[in-house]
Ligand binder design. Structure first.
Ligand code: FES
Length: 158
């Protein structure tokens, strides 16, 4: 059995900020296909700062400790600062994670970053719409060429 630091055990036994925010500004969900563990982060943002963070984790003890630590590290931080939280910085704050459990800290940072990206995408819908319009235009341009090549390849007429 892996040996955990006192800090990991503390966050595992007494996780901070567990729950869900019904009217969250951003939600990030990630899962590890290998172990099947799932993590969801909910954030409230005010004046570019993470005003509230909650999480729900269905996973191993390390994943729960990681979620709890990520929520504490990101609370009150600016969006920019929170995006700098990495799996390594989370593991460091937890005073280390056993080597075979390090992948659990990836989930925490990823879920937080996804929640922030979700918030940012909702905040800038106009920019995103412009981008997809460009993609559609580009697809229309290349469409006929692709069909011609496919027709030739199949021995058909253009
Ligand atoms: Fe899956 Fe820890 S074993 S996140």
């Amino acid at each position: 059995m892996p040996v955990y630091s006192d800090k990991v055990m503390d966050h595992f036994m007494h996780p901070r900020n567990v729950g869900e925010i019904a009217d969250a500004d951003g939600v990030g969900e990630v899962g590890n296909p290998v172990c099947g563990d799932m993590m969801s982060f909910y954030i409230k943002v005010k004046d570019d700062r993470l005003q509230d963070i909650k999480f729900k984790t269905f996973g191993c003890g390390a994943a729960i400790a990681v979620s709890s630590m990520v929520s504490e590290m990101a609370m009150g931080k600016t969006i920019e600062e929170a995006m700098k939280i990495t799996p390594q910085s989370v593991a460091d704050e937890l005073e280390g994670l056993p080597k075979q459990k390090f992948h659990c800290s990836n989930l925490g940072a990823q879920a937080l970053h996804k929640a922030i990206e979700d918030y940012l995408s909702k905040k800038q819908p106009v920019k995103q719409a412009g981008k997809s319009a460009k993609v559609t235009a580009a697809a229309k341009k290349t469409g006929p060429k692709t069909r011609t090549a496919a027709a030739k390849a199949m021995g058909g007429k253009e």
